[in-house]
Design a protein around this ligand. Structure first.
Ligand SMILES: *[C@@H]1O[C@H](CO)[C@@H](O)[C@H](O)[C@H]1NC(C)=O
Ligand SMILES: *[C@@H]1O[C@H](CO)[C@@H](O)[C@H](O)[C@H]1NC(C)=O
Length: 317
């Protein structure tokens, strides 16, 4: 009797400890495939747990996986060479919206303007890289911080409201805030800029060498990648089946979600030489702005680990 009770007590924490734990920012559209996967397609022995965080959370040994933009992945890899990028969940072509009546018709017209973005984020990389293609240096414009907005009416300090109130002339950030910015000023007034070859967010899945080396954890991660890949097939090919769930998870109205869906190229994204080339270019930029040494191409090649996806491909069923 006592022994049985003891076993039962013992079983609970062990069960909890073996759950796969994934950290990501649970506010954004990019996190919804992970939430959907844990709820619907992942068939591990124990349900997975989604926690709020990102690539930086991998320094916590209780976290097995993280999802984040490649920008945060690279910033972390610079000081944590045991982190690995194992799967590309979604590539998002960010957009920058400007007010026509601020005198903006071309990118070069953003000289001297006030431009909203999130400092230190993938969106800042996007804004700066995009403007540099028009010959604008950092000193040629002013970056302004603000909040994002997921659903109208947008709060006073959020980018769409700031654009409407002329506190900024333009802003660049992830969706649906840009779409809500277009709606806030009206389509005729909005000028949009986007260039996926200059910058796109490569929102990826990460783990660590230690987690991937541990057989039971690795098995769960492979199963998760397989299930995530099934989810993304739905996101890409049958979005009508997921719009409602995605909208509800992040508080975005379905018509707005449909407007921005095409800017999201749902995975599996390439883990090939094109990804490495892209990371090399972005790391050169980040090394300069973060005032650190760049990561060599050989070390960036080690950051990308294709073996989990290859094992997921070999799984039956
Ligand atoms: C995107 O940027 C590249 C590199 O600067 C340029 O060659 C290309 O014309 C741009 N595309 C658009 C649609 O502006
Ligand atoms: C992922 O999905 C694509 C099609 O959407 C498929 O071609 C590929 O085999 C899948 N990979 C895995 C690991 O299941």
């Amino acid at each position: 009797m006592h022994a049985r009770r003891f076993l039962r007590l013992l079983a609970a924490p062990l069960w909890a400890a073996s759950a796969l734990r994934l950290a990501c920012n649970t506010a954004w559209i990019e996190h919804t495939p992970q939430a959907y996967t844990f709820k619907n397609t992942y068939k591990g022995d124990t349900p997975g747990v989604l926690v709020s965080g990102g690539a930086a959370s991998l320094s916590d040994a209780s976290i097995d996986l993280a999802a984040n933009a490649e920008t945060q992945g690279l910033k972390q890899y610079a000081t944590h060479r045991n982190y690995r990028l194992i799967y590309v969940i979604v590539e998002v072509s960010y957009r920058l919206v400007a007010r026509r009546d601020a005198g903006v018709a071309r990118l070069a017209d953003l000289r001297g303007k006030r431009i909203g973005t999130a400092s230190g984020s993938s969106a800042e990389v996007f804004v700066r890289q995009l403007l540099s293609t028009a010959g604008l240096a950092h000193a040629d414009y002013t970056l302004v911080s603000g909040g994002v907005c997921m659903r109208a009416p947008c709060a006073a300090g959020s980018f769409p409201a700031m654009l409407r109130d002329r506190k900024i002339d333009a802003f660049g950030i992830w969706e649906p805030a840009v779409e809500l910015g277009v709606q806030a000023v009206g389509e005729a007034e909005a000028v949009l800029f986007q260039n996926a070859s200059v910058y796109r967010e490569i929102y990826s899945l990460y783990s660590t060498v230690e987690k991937l080396r541990d057989p039971p954890t690795r098995k769960k991660i492979v199963e998760f990648v397989r299930a995530l890949n099934q989810t993304l097939d739905l996101f890409r090919n049958e979005p009508d089946k997921v719009y409602a769930a995605v909208g509800q998870t992040v508080g975005v109205d379905v018509p707005v979600l449909k407007d921005v869906w095409a800017d999201h190229k749902w995975g599996p994204g390439s883990l090939g030489p094109d990804l490495l080339d892209y990371l090399v270019v972005e790391d050169e930029y980040l090394a300069k702005t973060d005032k650190r040494a760049g990561i060599s191409r050989a070390d960036l090649a080690k950051f990308i680990d294709t073996s989990v996806y290859d094992e997921a491909l070999a799984l039956k069923g």
